[in-house]
Design a binder for this molecule. Structure first.
Ligand code: PEP
Ligand code: CO
Length: 444
């Protein structure tokens, strides 16, 4: 294959910033190249093995996190609350669906954002769009919107500290099943969700008591005491990804060591473009977002390029069509079911369901649920395994998405609208969805 670390430069790269100071860019990239990798190649292989189980239908993928991580909201509490939300959702899905849940966070590197428009207009002023904290600043003023290469160094440092805390929480005791009561988040949730969750933790406690009587406890079995949470982000900013891509000394292969899993966005998945070319050369598990205009042959061509050996666990096709267009999936799955390919199909019910209400970018809980349900039914009807879900969510009690049994209304939007990019499910809404998806998983 005609691939080298910087061969992507010969291809068209969409959604890239234009750095004015080329010397600073080069210095930053050289500095990043001298920094340690954030993940280890064998971890990416381990994730690929876990995803191979998802591909066969023996496990389920839960991927989620902020739309965009931010430098301002960087805190131990936010990381802890997202981690707790993951544990709660995974518990609900694993208990309800009787399948191991593979957890991949949109964390520790989810900083670069593709934009539908290069410019943002406000009050008659037009400025370059905000492209995520790794590129420029969110504030609506000219100097803030200039891309600055040095921001990549800060993104690396924040990613490394975030990953460090995630690793510590995973093995340090917070994920211990005996600690399930400590996973609750600090705010009062809706009684019906609370009751369901309390019932589940009670059943878990009974199961743990039984295991204890058999001599199996979290003190002597790490499986009850520890968990694994992998990291992921959109591999959008190619110079950053290049700088963190390293040769694994054991296999001699390249791995993008900025995260365990990387994905390509809906806007940059052109078959002959730079993003697809770049990720075709690294061995990590890869995702590709697929919008409503794609065809089955587009997906197969991406699979040929990104997964020529048809390795199970390598390729995750993340469908994001929107509730009103998910019916387009019918024909696609009909075609794809004729091919016995090792592809994971998961659903991102967020990015096709964005709308504007009172000047706020928002999403309706019912649209999100509707898209998930239709994805499920279309997959099942065509003998395709609904492999996982991909959410934008937060452990905080924000009011960015409308509805859910917690009942966020249009007038609530202003109260806690904190996202720097797309609207996220709050912890209640995310947990409610987990219960509803567990029901879908139970259906034969
Ligand atoms: C995202 O996941 O934040 C995103 C921009 O997705 P998509 O490429 O599907 O629009
Ligand atoms: Co988003």
């Amino acid at each position: 294959m005609n691939w080298s670390l910087d061969s992507y430069k010969n291809y068209k790269a969409l959604q890239q910033p234009n750095y004015e100071n080329k010397e600073e860019l080069e210095n930053v990239i050289n500095e990043l190249k001298s920094y340690p990798p954030l993940i280890f190649a064998m971890e990416a292989n381990e994730l690929k093995n876990e995803l191979a189980a998802v591909c066969k239908g023996d496990a389920f993928l839960l991927q989620g996190g902020d739309c965009a991580e931010s430098f301002n909201d960087f805190s131990a509490n936010n990381i802890r609350d997202m981690f707790k939300l993951f544990l709660q959702m995974a518990l609900v899905l694993q208990f309800g669906g009787s399948k191991k849940v593979v957890k991949i966070a949109r964390m520790a590197g989810q900083f670069a954002k593709p934009r539908s428009s290069d410019f943002e207009n406000k009050d008659g002023i037009s400025l370059p769009s905000y492209r995520g904290d790794i590129i420029n600043d969110c504030e609506f003023c000219e100097s803030a919107r200039v891309p600055k290469a040095k921001k990549m160094l800060k993104a690396y440092m924040q990613s490394s500290a975030t990953l460090n805390l995630l690793r510590a929480f995973s093995v340090g005791g917070l994920a211990d099943l005996a600690q399930v009561h400590k996973w609750n988040l600090g705010f009062v949730r809706r009684a019906d969700i609370d009751d369901k969750y309390a019932l589940l933790t009670q059943r878990l406690t009974e199961a743990l008591d039984f295991f204890k009587a058999c001599g199996i406890t979290s003190l002597n079995d790490a499986r009850l005491h520890e968990t694994k949470i992998y990291t992921s982000h959109e591999a959008l900013l190619l110079p950053y990804e290049e700088a963190l891509t390293r040769i694994d000394s054991l296999s001699g292969a390249y791995y993008d060591c900025s995260a365990h899993m990387l994905w390509i966005g809906e806007r940059t998945r052109g078959l002959d473009d730079a993003h697809v070319h770049f990720l075709s050369g690294v061995k990590n598990p890869i995702g590709v977002k697929i919008g409503p205009n794609a065809s089955a042959s587009d997906i197969l061509a991406l699979a040929d390029k990104l997964n020529p050996q048809d390795e199970a666990g390598r390729l995750n096709i993340i469908i994001r069509m929107g509730a009103s267009k998910i019916k387009n999936l019918e024909n696609i799955f009909k075609e794809l079911s004729k091919e016995q390919r090792n592809i994971i199909y998961s659903i991102d019910p967020m990015h096709g369901n964005t709308q504007s209400v009172n000047g706020y970018k928002t999403r309706k809980f019912d649209d999100i649920l509707d898209e998930v349900k239709n994805f499920w039914h279309i997959a099942r009807a065509n003998n395709i395994i609904p492999g996982g879900v991909h959410f934008e969510m937060t452990g905080q009690n924000v009011t960015e998405c409308l509805g859910g049994s917690v009942g966020v209304s249009e007038s609530d939007l202003a109260r806690r609208y904190e996202t720097q990019c797309d609207p996220r499910l709050n912890a209640d809404q995310a947990l409610e969805l987990a219960f509803l998806i567990a029901e879908l998983m139970k259906q034969k």
